[in-house]
Design a protein around this ligand. Structure first.
Ligand code: NAP
Length: 637
């Protein structure tokens, strides 16, 4: 989170009136030095004087004036260059540039009989060309100082959809929006360019809009709302190339929505290659009379001795409202051993034992093999996922509402189910993750950890991740982790103490035991720790033993901290939405999915795979290929 604090400097074009003036005042109230840039000398000087007066008390003893005025026609490149030079000369750098200068077209386009130099060409010059010029100059200054900076360009709602009364204004503001959205690559250099797209605000320009139109739009937007939007774009470090649409009807809303964006964003080159070799899935799935599955026959955290493989009859016809899914890949989870020991069922030991035998496996992807009566919109041959018990099987029959349609029956998609969804939903709901924070992830190169680190990075956070081993550390660096702590090489406690003395804001913790204590002690004031699991405790000699946390309440109270639990089955209502988002991020190349390279084939290999996960050697998501013949066919798809 970039902090709006004294010592920063801002350059605001069109700063003498309307939105520009309001932003100058709001920035100065935060103690920020402001250069008011405007065509109008009289009003510009007035604003600069007002800011100086306002800041006398808060910044007494300043060596530089808290605000200056520079007369400048934003469409005159020589004057613009001189204005930026003046700003850097006085304030020694540039942190914030707000390109606010804008005009309506003086002669309506459809009545214009001139060559446009004084009307529409001029409007394009002020509204668009000048914004490009100022953005370009601001970027150069920020780049040469090698410091982060933010540029806010004033577009308009008329830059997002047509404004029939002033097509030139709409064209110029549309240009500003698209120009801004195309500048996301500068984020890598710490320079973020964003656009504000408000509907009507009561300014000199806004006053000229017919009152009837203002009424239809729900009235003028309060200036405070606009300032709130501008500050959000400046402080939120995840925002780059963002267009913030501001209306009275819907408040602050980013444009386009992720769903709209998904329609035009092209997949990454890797995905494109795969998609280009895609053929439609027409494979009819042969339905055998019986199939193999893994069942739990004895309650034990030792998965191998708790389970066996049985052959079960495939009962036809398919029950009404149900779907038969042919499983191609099943996902392996740390908690398979908790399930086999009965820990996830409530009731007395006897009641739990009475459930035996029960089916094992939490998740899988495959193809729909058959549908029962009354099932609409799901067709045989469609790739789908399930997150219900019984996925360690060649076939699963489930109520159709449990089917999650997916684009491809791939191992990467299996990884996005329990592992990906746990990270995605818990970081949003339990961690209440925003941006600009420090996020610590444990077992970070594992099934769910790999998603947590990437989602935290994508949201604009600094990410610290723990793992045991060089291969895992390499993966985490490749995923963009800022500080990888390989506990086989370094002591986690020492690194945290030395490099993060103020603590970390969010912990995504799944190891438990001593690791919980260590992470909890590294939590900052107001910090949130999400308990995802406690893999180190699952397999003691007598199984999972609850641990005592002496003094937990006292420590939480002393630092206003939160420890939040998260259990994925309780968030089933969010699965499809979050899965679609993960698949989208993956398909556009923003998310990588690591699948453990060691292959496990057939239901016979499930126990090996579960033990391998618990050996601590696995990197990424452990997946069992239940049917290799189908996996080869689907790989060609
Ligand atoms: P995973 O992270 O792929 O698990 C393997 C990793 O955990 C290992 O590579 C190792 O990483 C670490 N580990 C394994 N055994 C350990 C031990 N005895 N002591 C310390 N570390 C050990 O597994 P996962 O399926 O994704 O599950 C990770 C955690 O998330 C588990 O605690 C699981 O229960 C939890 N989970 C919770 C939910 C939920 O809804 N709350 C959902 C899914 C998963 P390093 O050595 O590199 O640290």
């Amino acid at each position: 989170m970039m902090e709006l604090k004294s010592g920063l400097s801002a350059f605001v074009t069109g700063g003498a009136s309307g939105i520009g003036k309001a932003l100058c005042i709001a920035l100065a109230q935060k103690g920020i030095y402001v250069t008011v840039v405007d065509f109008s000398e009289e009003r510009g000087k007035e604003v600069a004087a007002l800011l100086q007066k306002q800041n006398i008390k808060s910044q007494s003893g300043l060596k530089v004036p808290s605000a200056i005025f520079v007369k400048c026609d934003a469409s005159n490149k020589g004057e613009v260059a001189a204005a930026f030079e003046k700003h850097v000369e006085v304030y020694g750098g540039l942190d914030i540039c707000i390109n606010c200068a804008g005009i309506a077209t003086s002669v309506p386009f459809f009545k214009d009989q001139t060559d446009g130099s004084r009307s529409w060409r001029h409007a394009i010059n002020v509204n668009l060309v000048a914004v490009i010029d100022c953005t370009h100059r601001a970027i150069k200054i920020m780049e040469s100082a090698n410091k982060p900076g933010v540029i806010i360009n004033l577009s308009s709602s008329a830059g997002l959809y047509p404004m029939i009364s002033d097509p030139i204004y709409s064209a110029s503001k549309g240009g500003v929006a698209m120009f801004t959205r195309s500048l996301t690559p500068y984020k890598r250099k710490g320079i973020r360019v964003n656009a504000l797209c408000p509907e009507f605000i009561r300014t000199d320009m806004g006053e000229k809009i017919p009152p009837r139109l203002i009424d239809i739009m729900g009235g003028y937007i309060p200036m405070d709302t606009l300032i709130q939007g501008a500050f959000e774009l400046i402080t939120d470090e995840s925002k780059a190339g963002a267009c913030l649409w501001i209306t009275n009807r819907r408040g602050l809303e980013y444009w386009p929505t992720p769903a709209e964006e998904a329609k035009y964003l092209l997949p990454s080159s890797k995905m494109r290659k795969r998609i280009s070799s895609t053929v439609p899935i027409t494979t009819a799935v042969q339905i055998p009379r019986s199939f193999e599955k893994v069942i739990v026959h004895t309650l034990s955290h030792d998965f191998r001795s708790a389970t066996s493989i049985i052959r079960a009859p495939l009962k036809l016809p398919i029950e009404s409202g149900h779907v038969l899914l042919k499983i191609i890949y099943a996902g392996v989870n740390a908690s398979d051993v908790n399930f086999s020991s009965g820990s996830y069922f409530s009731g007395s030991k006897e009641e739990i034992r009475s459930r035996l035998p029960f089916n094992a496996g939490f998740e899988g992807v495959g193809l729909i093999a058959a549908v029962g009566d009354g099932v609409k919109n799901l067709k045989v041959g469609t790739p789908a996922a399930i997150m219900t018990f019984g996925a360690y099987a060649e076939f699963v029959m489930v109520p159709s509402k449990h089917i999650l349609p997916v684009a491809r029956p791939d191992p990467e998609v299996v990884a996005m189910l329990t592992s990906g969804l746990t990270a995605s939903i818990s970081l949003e709901k339990a961690a209440q993750m925003e941006s600009g924070k420090t996020v610590l992830v444990t077992a970070a190169a594992g099934g769910t950890g790999q998603f947590a680190v990437q989602l935290a990075k994508l949201a604009g956070n600094k990410v610290v991740a723990t793992c045991g081993g060089k291969d895992k550390a390499m993966l985490l660096r490749d995923l963009g982790v800022d500080r990888v702590i390989d506990y086989k090489q370094e002591t986690i406690k020492n690194v945290l103490k030395k490099e993060f003395p103020k603590g970390v804001d969010i912990v995504y913790e799944s190891v438990g035991g001593d690791m919980f204590d260590l992470c909890f002690n590294a939590l900052a004031v107001y910090g949130r720790m999400v308990v995802i699991g406690m893999i180190s405790q699952y397999q003691g000699d007598d199984g999972w033993k609850p641990r005592n946390y002496t003094g937990l309440c006292e420590k939480l109270l002393a630092k206003s901290q939160t420890v939040a639990g998260f259990f994925l089955p309780q968030y089933a209502h969010l699965w499809q939405q979050h899965l679609d988002n993960l698949v989208h991020l993956f398909s556009v190349g923003k998310l990588k999915v690591a699948v453990e390279p060691k292959s496990f084939v057939g239901v016979q290999s499930v126990a090996d795979a579960v033990e391998y996960l618990h050996s601590g050697k696995s990197v990424g998501k452990v997946v069992v290929c239940i049917d290799p013949s189908f996996s080869q066919q689907s790989a060609k798809l």
